[in-house]
Every structure is written in C-alpha cells, then in structure tokens.
Ligand binder design. Sequence first.
Ligand code: PMP
Ligand code: GLN
Length: 410
Amino acid sequence: MTADARTAPRGSGTAPWTRAALGANLLGSDGRLGITIFEEVTALAQEHGAINLGQGFPDEDGPQEILDAARSAIADGANQYAPGQGLPVLRSAIAAHQERFYGLTVDPQTEVIVSTGATESIAAAILAFAGPGDEVLTFEPFYDSYGAVIGLSGATHTTAPLRAPDFQPDAASLEAAFSERTRIVVVNNPHNPTGSVFTRAALELIVRLAERHGAIIVTDEVYEHLTFGVPHIPVATLSGAADRTLTISSAGKTFSVTGWKVGWLSGPAELVAQVRTVKTFLTYTSGTPFQGAVALGLGLPDAFFTSAAATLRRKRDLLGEGLRAAGFDVFEPEGTFFTTVDAAPLGVEDATDLARRLPSLIGVAAIPVAMFCHEEGAERTRSLLRFAFCKRFDVIEEGALRLGALRERV
Ligand code: PMP
Ligand code: GLN
C-alpha cells in the first residue's frame, strides 16, 4: 500500500473505474463508497423515525399462497443450486405469462433465463453487448444501476431527456442522442422515477431508431402490471422489435417480494445465449425455493393482477392529495410505485438538500430525482423529489399529515 492510499480519505483508494462508473450517486454524503441514495435515505428515515416514502419497497406481504409455496419448497428440500438458466417450471411460467398477457411466443428452453432480480439481467445484458468504444443510450432520469453497469462495461453512457410535466420521450432529442456507436438503447417502461408510461408512438420511435442504428433494445418492464388506466405495451410486441429486444421483469414489484430477488429476461435465442454466458459468471444461479413460488404467482388469475394495480392506484391518489395540499406541484404518475413532485412552489431550489433534511424536519423521507441523472439532467431536475406510495394506506395518511407541516418549516 502506498502512503497516499493509507492517508487518502475513505473510498478514494478504489479502482479508478469505480469512481468514474459509479459516480456521485453511489457515494453517501459522508463519502462512504457503496451506499446508494436509496440506502442512505432509508438509514436517515430509520434514524429519525420518519415515514419512509423513499426506497421503493412495499410494506405489506404479497399473496399468501406464494409465501406458503416458498416455505414448502424449503421444507421439501429445494435448497440446492437450480439450473443456471432457472427452474424449468419458472421458465415455462414466464413463457406462459408472456403469451397470456401480451400474445408473445417465447421458447422456455432457449429464450428465457431467470436471474437474481431484474438487476442481474440488466447487468448481464449490458455487459454481454457493450464495451469500450460503444455507446449505451438511456433516458434521463435513469434507474441508478444502469449508469453503474454501463460504467463497469467501459462503454460511454449517453442520455435522452424525459422532461416534465409528462416525462415522455421527446422525438428530436431522442433522434439526436442516437449515433452509429449506439450499441444498446435501454428502455424503462413504466418509468422509475417519473412514473410515466410511454405512449405507443414513443415506443415505436425507439424501435425505428434502434433498427436504423443497429442497436439492441434492453427493456426493463419491472412495473409492467402496475399501470393506472393506461395499457402497458411491451416493446417486444411492436413491429420490427422482437428480433432485437431483450425484455426484463421481476417478481419483486408484482408480488411485493422485493427481497426475493427473482427476475428474468426473454428474447431471441442468440441474444439470450450471450446474456446467459455473462450471467453464469455473475451469480451462476439464483434462489431455488423462490423460483417455484414465483412460477405459481405468474399463473394467478387475472383478478390478482388487476386488483393489485387498482389498490396501488388508490394509494397514488391518496398520496397525491397530500402532496398537493403540502404545496408541491404534482406530476401524476400513470404507473410504478412513484410520484414525482416539484418543490419549487415551496421556495425549494435544491431538492437533494431538502431530501437530506426532510426526515429530521418533518419525519418523512423521499428521494431527489437529480440522483437519477448526470450533471445536465441533475440541473434540469434540481427541485424535483420522488415519493413512493407502495405503502399501507395508514402509513401514507400519516406521511401526508406530516407533509402538511412542511410549508412553515422549510
Ligand atoms: N429496474 C427498475 C426500474 C427498478 O425500479 C428496480 C427496483 N425495484 C429494479 C430494476 C430492480 O429490480 P430487482 O429488485 O428485481 O433487481
Ligand atoms: N427500485 C427501488 C427504488 O427505486 C429500490 C432499489 C434499491 O434500493 N436499489 O426505490
């Protein structure tokens, strides 16, 4: 160890790519490496006994039969490695789900892999196809793991803005963001953090541009069942998309089991095989007893899926009322767990600073949208905050009540 490394501040002795790749978003305010903004805000919420409307995890369990199935699987000895590609029963259930909800035909033998959450599928897909000299295009704001993994791949991260109030892709900026080096375009629809659900026209434009530039589409659709009165349109269903699209989803949101980390990816066999190779050396295989339980979940009747979205929609409405009453400008989401607001009407210019003070100030936690952005996007979203409504009704009510005190304390 050099003297410099010994005396350098914590976190600064890491590999050079770590800082470049992971950037400020992964550095806690005290400079600790490896802390995401989600963890930082959750820790602050715990410290101050705040209502945590920051990190997006439900505070109620999902369907009892799924939880029971995982318990039984453990009791019945499903405790060793699953096949690297995932348990056949889950791969078949994923294929059946794609057919049932979207009319997509997927071969469970060659066109599906199970991963450790959607996060691993995203990482494996990007690492499989992008490297130094390539560009990976995401919309901005973007889910934090995209930026980190693109950095790890050595590719250049380019972005196209989603702007308030509707946070839909903008045709001119999107066209300008593609280049002959664009290897992958990452789509996240429904979109975290803004809650927008992309229109068919926007999705068709993405496909046309990907075709024109020979890019692969990696689409993160983890909130596919959580839309409010608008349809979810999988990219892979659009004309010209199927042979270049890798579709990713996860059990975490749909079944309120974010801690199980069961995700999956489907697409053309040649592309899936390459992702599978990377996945093999990231984790090889994932949580055996959870896989059968998720297979059961994917086969639940339609009523389960519609009622989960309907309940969440009522939670969105309840939180929205509280946020409006507190004085924020509210951008009503059409999907996901999240409502984005503008704190500018309260005289707040720097929402990141407010997010760090909010737990002690009024006992509520939220995430600054700028944390999902590079520098320019962070400037554009400087006064925006994201609140999660995947919480019990009484928790949201209490959060809304506390938010009512913000105007006089901010
Ligand atoms: N993508 C998006 C857009 C998300 O919001 C999340 C977090 N919930 C993930 C991926 C990660 O999903 P998982 O927990 O299944 O890895
Ligand atoms: N996806 C969740 C969110 O956006 C949490 C993700 C995380 O903690 N890494 O809040």
